[in-house]
Write a protein that binds this ligand. Sequence first.
Ligand code: GLC
Length: 535
Amino acid sequence: MGDLKGITEKLDYLQSLGIELIWICPVYCSPFIDQGYDVSDYYHIDPVFGCNEDMYELIHESKKRGIYIVMDLVVNHCSDQHIWFQNAMKDPYGKYGKYFYIREEVNGNAPCNWRSYFGENAWSKLPGHDNLYYLHLFAKQQPDINWENPEVREELYKMIQWWFDKGISGFRIDAAAFIKKTMPFEILPADREDGFCTYEIPPTCNDGLHEYLQEMKKRTFEANDAFTVGEVVSFEEEDLEKYISDDGCMSSIFDFSLYMIGKQGEDFDGFYSHKQPTANEFRDALLRSSRLSFNVGFLSNFIENHDLPRAASHFIPEKDISEISKKMLAGLNLMQYGLPFLYQGQEIGMENLSFSSADEIVDIGSHMEYTLALEKGLCEEEALKKIQEYSRDNTRSPMQWDKTENAGFTKAAPWMRINPNYMKINVAEQEAREDSLLNFYKKLILLRKNPEYKETLVYGKETSFLEKEDNFVGFFRKDKNKKILVMANFQRKGKFFQLPEGEKKVLINNYSEPVNLETNVIQMRGYQLLILDIK
Ligand code: GLC
């Protein structure tokens, strides 16, 4: 399953990679309708991952290695198996009924026409009560918790403190911007033929969100000097300060802008709607984020997570996927202003997992999208193709440790299929090979920590370089002592570029052949990444 003891066992590996913090997706008790994002008991580790003692051991062993543990905080909703919801079903008008958004039907219908993130009606009938509905912005087994109720907020703060007392260092806050709903519930203009409207968080409508987030910070995070990173997929620029400035409600929020490419506009028809970003779009998104956040705080940068495709498969045209192009992405991920996060297996360049039939789908979101695609009239093959590229299973396949059975992940049957490419892509092979992607990640992380460059790479301002060049990502990281130039030729073909004046030293190059810096014109090869120190 990928349990806690398994993480503890691999701490030396993680330490050798150079990471300093581990965010663990939810490991609380759960019926696993949404892979643990449906928590049925916040105080206990689900037996499939081990027990609470295993968590304490992991915290302890991590600390010894200078690694912090950050848990997932899933408090927008819980599981329908949680005792609160069980009680709410028994007595919807009693104490626990007020822990959720339970409403009477309106003219025989749900209170409003919001669509859940997995594509269906966000309101379901409360079992046993034909005239009542409850709200769930995700699956129907994930009822939304009523943050308007101070009593429920107190319960959540108590639980958060309980985990701090056990030694965790912070939280990744799931669906952070959803905890405050636009009230009263209103019918919104339908955005698709199904008559529903995806509940976005129009910043003008979520007045009150930051009061809740601030309250949670004051009551829990602040006193524990916690690190917090929010899952906030979109926000108004002027609101960034409310999230990540010194007075903001969190230490950081994830920067989703690379993934927002293709998520807006007329073609957008739901979670699975996507397109492969172009190199220019990638560049524009990176530069925009650093401009936006520089004087405010740190965004958290990522190119992969458990909800999105593998980065190489998503950002690089299929025929160009190689260790070279993966190294280029690694460099951009780690040199960009902000806090870099890596997703397990990214450091060895794991790729999307392909399906040969719908029976192989594990993720609830992919299942629902598949069904919706069939309902829309797509044939099975087309429907499978539609979800393939963006399915959350792509990144969830087990870590590929070595060439042995099940990629060394388990001797039992793994909870999910192993990507068949594990014979080629695995940790053991890359540890043994000097020029591997894994060793490249280590070099980049070491560079970020190198006393000579660390200040500049963490705090230095980011300014663009050759911003008008097509298929090129270039930026300086600069402070009063140092100037570092990051250049990526984001395309298959080689190209000449004019370098800035000054004495240069190559810090990182994803090709083994040395570059000639004698003249100020440089020929960069396909997907070449260079990091230069410029005097
Ligand atoms: C977040 C999680 C995702 C989950 C959803 C509902 O987006 O990252 O995996 O399905 O919240 O909890």
